[in-house]
Design a protein around this ligand. Sequence first.
Ligand SMILES: [Zn+2]
Length: 63
Amino acid sequence: MKRCETCGGPFGLIRHYHYAHQFCSRRCKNRYLQRLAEAVARRRSALARLTGLAGRLRAQHQS
Ligand SMILES: [Zn+2]
């Protein structure tokens, strides 16, 4: 049986869905969405650092 993706607990009478993911409560779903947003933000800032670094290296080559 599948369990809540956030707390791992069994489902109550009502399940909350986000695409293929299932959560026991609205709070668990919100926590999952928040973690998802944080992961995306982290990846975006890491990418920005990488591209910023590449730009700086290119600038050094030109001078
Ligand atoms: Zn839960």
